[in-house]
Structure formats: C-alpha cells, structure tokens
Design a binder for this molecule. Sequence first.
Ligand SMILES: [Zn+2]
Length: 92
Amino acid sequence: MKLWPTRKARNRVRQQIRERDGDNCHWCGGPMLFGLPIHHHRLMPTIEHIVPRWKGGSDELSNLALAHRICNQEQNAQDQPFKIYTRNPANG
Ligand SMILES: [Zn+2]
C-alpha cells in the first residue's frame, strides 16, 4: 500500500518538509527542481525516510527529508546508512 496514494497528499508532505528544510537535497546538498512537468526527472525532489521503514523508521515528518530522485535511488541501491554529504569548499 502506498504511503501517500495521491499526488495531492504527496505534495502536501513535500511542501511541509520544504518549509522546514529548504530547497536543497538532503543527501548531496544541491538544489532540487520543484514543479517540473516531468515527474521522473533525476533532480526532482522525492520524499526520503531518514531511518528506513524496514529499520523501524516512522512516517512522521521528523523522519522525512527531501532528496533528489537520483540520490534517493543511489542510496537505496547501495543500502547504506543515512549520511549527509557535506560539500568540500575546496572543490566548490
Ligand atoms: Zn542530491
């Protein structure tokens, strides 16, 4: 069963997280593209669980963050613990 079955429900959650965290990806820190007509764009924001549900993470807002679609997919594929990438100022 889908957590947020409708686009409207998903948008509401996404907006709440965005107001709290801003427009940057929780994984890589880069800006995300909101409001794109293409929903499968890799820079679209997706709703991410900070503690995965299979580890007992909740669906509360406090356990949710926004991340690029591509970052979300990479993290899921690697099955790594959640970490926030920090940008090295030397690399811009
Ligand atoms: Zn990202």
